[in-house]
Design a protein around this ligand. Sequence first.
Ligand code: G16
Length: 549
Amino acid sequence: MNREPGVAVRRVETRPFEGQKPGTSGLRKSVREFAEPHYLENFVQAIFNTLGGDARDALVLGGDGRYGNRDAIQRILRQAAANGFRRVIVGRGGILSTPAASCLIRKHGTDGGIILSASHNPGGPDGDFGVKFNGANGGPAPESVTAAIHAASGSLDHYLTCDAPDIDLDRDGCHDLCGMQVDVIDPVADYADLLEGLFDFDALREMLGSGRFRMRFDAMHAVTGPYAREILERRLEAPAGTVMNGEPLEDFGGGHPDPNLVHAHALVALMNGDDPPAFGAASDGDGDRNMVLGRGGYINPCDSLAVLTANAHLVPGYRSLAGVARSMPTSRAVDRVAAARNLPCYETPTGWKFFGNLLDDGRITLCGEESFGTGSSHVREKDGLWAVLFWLNIIAARQQPARAILREHWRQFGRDYFTRHDYEGVDSAGAEALMAGLRERLGSLPGQQFGEEVVTEADDFAYEDPVDGSVSRGQGIRLYFESGARVVFRLSGTGTAGATLRLYCERYERDPTLLELDTQRTLAPVLDAAAAIAGIEAHTGRTTPDVIT
Ligand code: G16
């Protein structure tokens, strides 16, 4: 039920902006682009127009604290008031991690939420900004909704706002804004309570509080600092200093808040140094990604999902699983666990939004992606701290280090060697031509040999959602080889400059003597074949990737 907007409502004439098309995860653009007059307001109005009058009752609003976050929150609040919302729940300081926002949407039964984040992209005046819309289930809007928002953005001639002073975002409490109720709340408490109900906090407290198990969590000066401090240092009594870089900063301290081996260098150096902690973990700008490291190496997110699935029975909130899902480019490690446990296993396109229906329909409990995302039915987003607690819970239950658990896993299920090579900021036309060239040759590639590898199958991944029957095409080119290897080519939907080509590569190994080899060397013949087939150098001018994970 929406409210009749008050007298202070102001109609502002505007014109559509080109390209307000949400990508893999919301609208992500440079801060400069967002700074153009009306740019933010237009997109937010397009969201509200898409929602329609009946779904403008209550909203959750917050962001990862990056440059522009606070100002955007004040502007969106005025727009929400002018568009007839009755109530908006805002995280104190304008802060909400993505999983915490999902938790609040579900807890308060709001019509959805707006999360201000460009995730792992750098922040600051020269960085990126982003706006994501999540629906009433707490999850990213599905493609049908993002397409409608894009369409609405293309025909806007005005937006609504109201004249009112800024709300004090730094004080918990209830405020009135042009007749709309604004509740500023603790951004951490509800989320921390939710996680406390899923994991064995007593066992974790005993392990972390005793000091016999040392860990470090790198919040990368992004949103998870306050969450990690509350959960790890306060509720689980880990020593102060367990959380590194815990102060959220508008520019993430000049860093790139992407929890991978390249960008989480402080943590990686610590884990590779003398007397390393037993366990290391990091999260990203908005708190939904995770990277976990044991002593002696990092745990690939594909393997991580498989290990969590295989050990879920040790975790109180996950004693039984309905099923699992992974995005298509994610390695097939979890499929092997699902097959052994008779669990349904779904393969979806890249993007957390595709897990939403499967979770809502009770078909899956756990899901994950190679892009450092793991999550469950507890919210409708991937969840960095949740994944860290899941690992810690397994370590506490098995009384074994992370790497030992991983090694045993490989011995039991075999190992899916996996890597992703990113060619960032390449010329868009070249990248499109590369993909088009592959598409044209899908029929002729099977049977052809490239170096040591022979192609057996080639296709362009399409997904039919088993719940609502919607079909998503063109989700990545897959090539399968006689050696059992697979490569996937797709263009990123989250970059803001040029195109990013992603090449995903995996090969399964069962031989117990070959489970601990170097990943890049092991996959080199497949990577060479992939580069030759796609003509990466010819199309992009690049001979080596920018980031390897
Ligand atoms: C987003 C999506 C993920 C996706 C990732 C990479 O993550 O939520 O589902 O896997 O982008 O997408 P792409 O390969 O298209 O760049 P995040 O953490 O950036 O919101």
